[in-house]
Design a binder for this molecule. Structure first.
Ligand code: FE2
Ligand code: FE2
Length: 405
């Protein structure tokens, strides 16, 4: 006797809901027949298996399968990775990409849109070729709302968190963000790059990593950046973040924000690679702040790279305040009328830094300025919150090896 299940002919002849078994039979038949598939012949196949569906119902079901397959294909990370590796080798015409990936032009375009949404740096040029675009510096300023309280503006800055590194002070990052928000009433933290430790930045770098790959490192970042309703983070990418772009074409800052949004977080803003200007104030008015991650380190004078950076600024585009990351150092200095600070780090000394005789300044900064009505700076104060000290013993203590002669 035929089982009395959905879709079988003995009674429940045409239920609305397709069973898994029916769908599997239809899928297998579709796969087997490919181009010669017709709903009529599939009807016969289902009848032979003891199911009854009209040809129209089968046609609709197949349409649904194909639509789902398209959606799955255009969001398939493996297919996106294949697309990126193809176009990173050389620009390719869209038809060539369709052939190589075995997708229709429509799917290829969808795939490109999904890749761009996910932070990959490619585009379709007017001549129909798909190009890698490189990391595009942002050419506009970003306005961030930061109301004055009695002509005073306050915010915090940190840099070079290096999530993924064995030497990243994850708990201290969380502690700093919580402290400046809860105890100091700060609602904005600017970040001057190297949020992630990246991959293959220098020879032997892999041995200094605790978490490998973009997904794991950005997960650690999002896990340790505390989320408060009134606290916002705005950040650029540094050279360590950009290592993921060099390896895969993924713009890590853009994708980190995507991953935050997927978790329901809207407290992160990516400002671009290497450097960005923000206007802190209200409406179009505010103080102009530049955040930069210049790829220079180690100089006889601590102020050397900042001075050179200011010297190289395009005339007319100078900020009022400059924060630089990358050097894992602390300094505040006024250069050519610009208030400048190096933003410290939350990565304790790595073997690489020890080899280069570089000592990290651990911590972050709290900035407080008094401004005139038209946002000219009248007073500047930069306080360093330090994490050098006894708390770090857990990272730095080495076991004692005894040799008895
Ligand atoms: Fe760094
Ligand atoms: Fe760096």
């Amino acid at each position: 006797m035929i089982q009395n299940t959905h879709g079988r002919r003995n009674g429940l002849s045409n239920p609305k809901k397709w069973t898994r078994e029916e769908e599997d039979i239809l899928r297998a038949y579709l796969e087997q027949e490919k181009e010669s598939f017709t709903p009529g012949r599939a009807w016969g196949q289902l009848q032979a298996e003891g199911f009854s569906r009209t040809a129209e119902a089968i046609r609709k079901k197949v349409q649904q399968f194909r639509k789902n397959e398209d959606l799955a294909k255009t969001s398939d990370p493996k297919l996106i990775a294949k697309l990126i590796s193809l176009v990173n080798k050389q620009p390719r015409e869209i038809e060539e990409v369709c052939n190589l990936l075995d997708v229709s032009p429509k799917k290829a375009r969808n795939l490109i849109s999904v890749a761009v949404e996910r932070g990959y740096t490619i585009r379709i040029a007017e001549n129909g070729f798909i190009h890698p675009t490189g990391l595009q510096p942002r050419t506009s300023k970003t306005s961030i709302s930061l109301p004055k309280v009695s002509s005073t503006l306050r915010w915090a800055v940190f840099s070079d968190l290096h999530f993924g590194s064995r030497f990243c002070l994850e708990e201290e990052v969380a502690d700093f963000a919580t402290y400046v928000h809860k105890e100091e009433g700060i609602n904005l933290i600017l970040n001057a790059g190297d949020s992630l430790d990246g991959q293959r930045v220098y020879r032997g770098h892999e041995f200094e990593l605790k978490y490998h790959g973009f997904a794991q490192q950005s997960d650690r970042l999002l896990m340790h950046l505390p989320e408060f309703p009134d606290l916002h983070y705005a950040f650029i990418d540094g050279n360590h973040d950009a290592s993921f772009w060099k390896l895969s074409g993924l713009e890590p800052g853009a994708e980190t924000v995507n991953r935050a949004v997927a978790r329901g977080r809207t407290d992160l803003t990516y400002l671009g690679p290497d450097q960005a200007q923000v206007v802190l104030g209200e409406g179009d008015q505010g103080v102009i702040v530049e955040i930069a991650h210049p790829d220079k380190a180690g100089a006889y004078a601590k102020s050397y790279h900042i001075q050179k950076y200011v010297e190289a600024l395009q005339s007319g585009s100078e900020p009022q305040i400059l924060f630089t990351g990358h050097e894992h150092d602390y300094l505040q200095i006024e250069v050519a009328g610009i208030f400048c600070a190096k933003c410290c780090t939350f990565q304790s000394q790595t073997p690489y830094m020890a080899r280069k005789s570089l000592r990290p300044a651990l911590g972050g900064l709290i900035i407080e300025i008094k401004v005139s009505d038209d946002y000219q700076i009248r007073e500047w104060s930069c306080r360093r919150i330090s994490y050098n000290g006894p708390k770090l013993k857990r990272h730095l203590a080495l076991p004692v090896r005894k040799i008895v002669l």
